[in-house]
Write a protein that binds this ligand. Sequence first.
Ligand code: DQA
Length: 148
Amino acid sequence: MMKILVVNGPNLQMLGTRKPEIYGSETLAGLEEKLRRISAENEVEIVFFQSNHEGDIVDRIAAAKNEAVKGIIINPAAYAHTSIAIHDALEAVGILAIEVHISNIYAREEFRHKSMTASACKGVISGLGIEGYEWALRALLNNINKVK
Ligand code: DQA
């Protein structure tokens, strides 16, 4: 079965309790559940990965190349603003990727306005809360022509 990889970067394991006024009260497990429901309707398998370590994220993206991963949803979190390594990994595997930020990074501190990783992605969704992941999944499925 076709796979979609969902990568969440540092501190997103604390979703639900971390600054809920910015990131909402849904947990990472709750988000997974929501995405699994959409993916089940569309006969795709969702593979989730969360890490606080840049190199582990690079390794996970590289490994996707040897799996049936047809799309990547990535919230690189703070690494979006710093990581050339994650940018290069996304570019190297050449898998259709969409970057998601729960908050609107352009409406926050200036150091969040620049994403190093976005240019290696097809598009970016920022500021729609965790719903952004659902839109990203639908966009990927649309691109792979499987949306129900
Ligand atoms: C974030 C925005 C980043 O600036 C921040 O470092 C995060 C989360 C978001 O989803 O809004 O950890 O990627």
